[in-house]
Design a protein around this ligand. Sequence first.
Ligand code: ADP
Ligand code: MG
Length: 249
Amino acid sequence: MSHVLEISGLVKTFGGLTATDYVSLTVDTGEIHALIGPNGAGKSTLINQICGEIIPNAGHIHLAGRDVTRLPPAERVALGLGRTFQITSLLDDMTVRQNLGLAIQAREGGNFRILDRASRRAEVWDEVAEILRSGTLGARADVRVADLAHGEKKQLELAMALSQRPRLLLLDEPMAGLGHVESQQMIEALQAARGECAMLLVEHDMEAVFALADRISVLVYGRVIAAGSADDIRANPAVREAYLGEEDA
Ligand code: ADP
Ligand code: MG
């Protein structure tokens, strides 16, 4: 079984509203799985249940084979769950390089033996240099976060999330607020990260979704109304009616 994430029969109600309505969905190892749907469809509620910030009323969430339905967020992180947070999690007065260094140290938990410390520090900075070589941030390594453009902050946020070596990375609208060039750079960065981890990508930008997703699930009123390849989803009449119709006009 190669599912990194398996959601079955998940239900979440808020008062009389069913925000997650018997959702079942899998993400395979190495897969980029996009979750699309109109505003209010329940995408963020689903992501928050996977993270552990919201506990479902019914159903199960398995991460790497473990039932995590009721585990607190930190234990899910320890099992390989990663997410990009809002840009507020970046340290504004520190440079790109320093932010990455801190993220890698946090991954290590800081619990290496004292005698190893100097050599471990050198390894951390080597790893930071490697990350900076491979992405678009190399030329901006010693710039303070406060002086970065919005798209650069999003790139840094992604690099920091990937530096945690997650099995599954949750991405809630990584293209939001990006211009065309910045969106292209984000698509390239996510393509480059393909294979490092599986991704569940919530995104409104359909160009990005169709460029990246191996599979797409469509959520409407808390229900998965369709799931399949980009071609399946483009051709699905229910999806066109519920969601894509306006874009064809
Ligand atoms: P999406 O992310 O797809 O736009 P959400 O998951 O944010 O959708 O919301 C799904 C539905 O659940 C919406 O009708 C929203 O108003 C409702 N909802 C979300 N969070 C709460 C909450 N904490 N309390 C009450 N209703 C909520
Ligand atoms: Mg949302």
